[in-house]
Design a binder for this molecule. Structure first.
Ligand SMILES: [Zn+2]
Length: 168
């Protein structure tokens, strides 16, 4: 596995699911991880109920590697390939985003996916992530930094260990 492989950075809790999902894909020249297992509807990968409540492989992968999907949100493909489950090509958005995205295709390229900031409920921004890492580097306890920025201790751990917001 290459070190820049998104699964490499997945939180330990999600890594085994991510590896299971990845093992059922083939990597295409475009960088997509094409699902080779069962498919559903328009071509989304379909997984057993015990793997993910939604039954969708791309949603399972997003949650394993990136973050929980807020209710009512969709996992969108920046690559327009419904079979793809490469977390680097996935992001969450609303149904409206999906439609707008479809309209905009061919005119504008989507920004690269970023685990963390794309999550609508994310409280942290690139700026506060950098500031929090600086605080911890300067000796602030992770627990105290989490309180300062109003996030959970686990999230702060992910930030400090660069398991989330790795792009900053
Ligand atoms: Zn893709």
């Amino acid at each position: 596995m290459r070190s820049q492989d998104p699964i490499y950075f997945a939180p330990p809790s999600g890594r085994s699911l991510a590896l299971w999902l990845k093992s059922r894909t083939v990597e295409s020249p475009s960088g997509c991880w094409d699902w080779t297992g069962a498919q559903q509807g328009v071509g989304y990968g379909f997984v057993p109920a015990k793997m993910h409540k939604s039954r969708y492989a791309h949603r399972a992968m997003y949650e394993a590697v990136c973050s929980p999907i807020p209710s009512g949100y969709f996992v969108l493909h920046s690559c327009d390939n419904p079979r793809c489950i490469n977390p680097a090509h996935l992001m969450v958005g609303t149904h409206k985003d999906n439609m707008r995205d479809r309209d905009a295709k061919g005119r504008t390229k989507l920004p690269p996916h970023t685990c963390g900031q794309k999550q609508p409920a994310a409280k942290m921004t690139d700026e506060t992530v950098i500031a929090a890492r600086r605080d911890v580097a300067n000796g602030m306890k992770q627990k105290d930094a989490a309180a300062k920025y109003g996030i959970g201790i686990t999230t702060m751990y992910y930030i400090v260990k660069r398991l989330r917001w790795r792009h900053v």
